[in-house]
Structures are given as C-alpha cells and as structure tokens.
Design a protein around this ligand. Structure first.
Ligand SMILES: [Zn+2]
Ligand SMILES: [Zn+2]
Length: 397
C-alpha cells in the first residue's frame, strides 16, 4: 500500500495544474442550483476524456460514472461532489473572477467538482491496482431545497450498484490549508423553516381593551418557544431555534391585525426534530388562542441532520492520517448549518470531511456565502490525491 500511496502522490502532483485550471474554469462560469447545464456538460466531457461513460441527466443536471477496478462487484464506494453556485455578486478581482453577473461559487462547489474530476483521473490510472468499484456522483443544487442529493437518491443513485459507503468533502475557510477536519457521529444540523402568522384584531393603540394585540401575542410566542430548547430538549441533544423576521406593520398609534414571524429550527436527531416541531406548533397555537387571537404555524421541511458513521469515519480519518501526517488532522466542532450530503448519510454509511482552504498570509479568510470568499488553491494539490487514497483504503478494508 505504501507504494500505491507514493504513486497517488506523484499522479496528484502531475495533474495539480490542470485541477486548478478546471476549478478556475468553473469559478469563472458559475451556475445556480438546478441550472448547472454547462457545468454538467463540462464534467461529462472530462469524464469521457478519461474513457468513462457518465450517465447524465439525473435529477436534471446530475451525473454518475463508475471506475471499475479488478473484481468490480467486490465492493462499491461512492464519492460525491456538488456543482451549484450562489446568487451572490463576486467582490473579488483577479483572473478567475465570475463572468456571470450576480452568480458566484461562494461555497467552494467549484473546488469540490474540480477535485472529484482530479480524483477520477488518478483512480482511473491505477484501476488495475485496486479491487472494487468507485461510484462518482456529481450532483446539482446542494444550496436549494429540496436538495439535489434527495432527488438523486429518488432517481436511484444509491442503487445499481449500491455503494456500501459515501464520502464527500467541503472546503473550510476556518481551517488552514494543508489540514483536514473530521468528526464522528452528529456533525451538521437538520434545517426546517418556520412561517408563523399571528392574527389578532387591530385598531387604535389608545384603546387596547377593544383590540386583540397580535404584537403582544407574537412576542409571547417568540419567548415561549425558546422553552422548547431550555425545558424539553435533552441537554445532550443540540438544537437551535432562531427567528430572523418579526413583522408588525403598524405605527405608533396603530396596532396591526396580524404579525408574521419567520424562523429556523435546527437539530441533530430526526425524532427530536419532529417532536420539537409538534411542540412548537401546539405551544404557538395554544398561546395565541389563550390570548384571544389565532395563529397559523407552517413548517417547510429542509435537509435531515448529517451523521458521520463512526466506524467509517474512524477508518477514513486513519487513512487520512497515513496520507497527510497526524499533525494535519484536526477535530471538527458541531456545525448547526445544513448540508444536503445529509440525505446520503441517512441511507448509507457516510463520511463528510473538511478540506482546509484558509491562508491568512495571502488574505484568504472570508467565510463561505460571502462576496469575498476564495480558497487557497494549494488545497487542490492535496484534495484529489487524498480522496483517491481514502477511497482505495476503504475498498481495501
Ligand atoms: Zn453553501
Ligand atoms: Zn457548500
């Protein structure tokens, strides 16, 4: 295996410049969720140039391709990249600035796609040196509900052949380039959206006795719902409830008829996710009724929580340690953001790890989803070889 690792490292080095060129091409030509037409075409052409036969048009723009080693049915490992960009105006300048007005690869999905293409090229060159099959999954729309992953799964991406495990990576602007982050078990949150309308009876603010004040009711609801977190939640079970919109469109002397609230509910346990939503709805409706008003509590379900299968993650981490050195492996904190890779993790053993992309010396420090986001492209010299090695180690175990 040591020789194979050296081989992968030298192949990764040879093709680093072309991986970076691919990333720049994608970064210059970003496409929004479910509209990754040119991106998918680019990926398909790259895969065909390797002699692979991509299956196209899954969930719209998604693609799947297989790299078969010796004894291809022995074991199948899936590797996933997301391809979509965000509706953000890029504020960076430079040779690979977005050429599409108002669209930017501000979450690093250009890096993930270019990296997986690089991984495909490496694995394809050494396919006579491993047993089993690599399933490459390029998916649309990580950033937009219902999530490209959920649609790809519905269209059978985890069947025929069924991967025994899935791996995915994500850029990490908070982790220095050269380092890789892992976390076993719960890692990222389920995300549900809450749309609440509190209905009262508006009128002159000087005569509250003749009104039903929806502002007071909504205020009570916002405060009371936090008790779901403080009193009903098992302390070991992470959860966040935040309201970011509270609209009461009256004036100093006019109380409005209704108030609208919008919020987000995030947790890391599917049962608790449902229980919490039920409790919130009941509490909000009951409170509005007790105060003489009413309340419409609407829930828009988002992604499930992302769990990194413990044993798989331990194995992948140990393979990454062999490849990178123990000093370059870091522990990840829980992160209450959502990620549609979570859908895979609900179906097959999965491992989602972080690729360090920060470089303070070069001023590359902006967070994802910001107009100044960028990555240290040195990360692209690491990522394809690393993922190749992790996949091969997993096939071999
Ligand atoms: Zn994102
Ligand atoms: Zn992302």
């Amino acid at each position: 295996m040591f020789d194979l690792q050296q081989k992968i490292k030298s192949l990764a080095k040879e093709q680093a410049a072309s991986v970076i060129a691919n990333r720049r091409h994608l970064h210059t030509n970003p496409e929004l969720s479910f509209e990754e037409f040119k991106t998918a075409q680019f990926v398909a052409e790259e895969l065909r140039a390797l002699g692979l036969t991509p299956q196209e048009g899954i969930a719209g723009t998604g693609l799947v391709a297989l790299i078969e080693g010796k004894n291809p049915g022995k074991k199948i490992v899936g590797l996933r990249a997301d391809m979509d960009a965000l509706p953000i105006v890029e504020a960076n300048d430079g040779p690979y600035k977005s050429q599409v007005p108002g669209v930017m690869h501000a979450c690093g999905h250009d890096v993930h796609t270019a990296s997986l293409l690089g991984t495909a090229r490496i694995l394809n060159q050494i396919k006579d040196q491993f047993e089993g099959t690599i399933k490459l999954v390029f998916q649309p729309a990580e950033e937009k509900a219902p999530g490209g992953a959920s649609l790809m799964i519905k269209e059978g991406v985890l069947e025929n052949p069924r991967p025994i495990s899935m791996m995915g990576q994500h850029v990490a602007p908070n982790i220095p380039v050269g380092k890789i982050g892992f976390r076993e078990g719960m890692y990222m949150a389920s995300t549900d959206e809450l749309y609440v309308t509190v209905i009262g009876k508006g009128g002159h603010a000087a005569a509250p006795d003749q009104l039903i004040d929806p502002i007071l009711i909504a205020s009570h609801i916002v405060v009371a719902l936090q008790q779901i977190i403080s009193r009903y939640r098992k302390p070991s079970n992470p959860a966040v409830l935040s309201f970011g919109r509270f609209i009461a469109d009256g004036v100093t002397n006019v109380i409005p008829n209704e108030v609208t609230l919008q919020g987000t509910w995030r947790c890391m346990d599917e049962q608790w996710r449902e229980d919490g939503l039920k409790k919130m709805k009941k509490m909000a409706e009951g409170m509005a009724e007790a105060m003489g008003g009413s309340c419409v509590f609407e829930i828009v379900k988002g992604y499930p929580f992302l769990k990194n299968h413990p044993e798989l993650t331990r194995r992948v981490r140990s393979a990454a340690t062999e490849y990178m050195g123990v000093e370059n492996i870091v522990d990840l904190d829980l992160w209450m953001a959502g990620e549609d890779f979570a859908f895979y993790s609900q179906v097959v053993d999965s491992c989602f790890y972080r690729l360090g992309t920060r470089n303070e010396a070069k001023g590359i420090i902006s967070g994802v989803h910001t107009p100044t986001f960028d990555v240290d492209e040195t990360s692209l010299e690491i990522a394809p070889g690393l993922m190749s090695w992790l996949a091969i180690a997993e096939l071999a175990c």
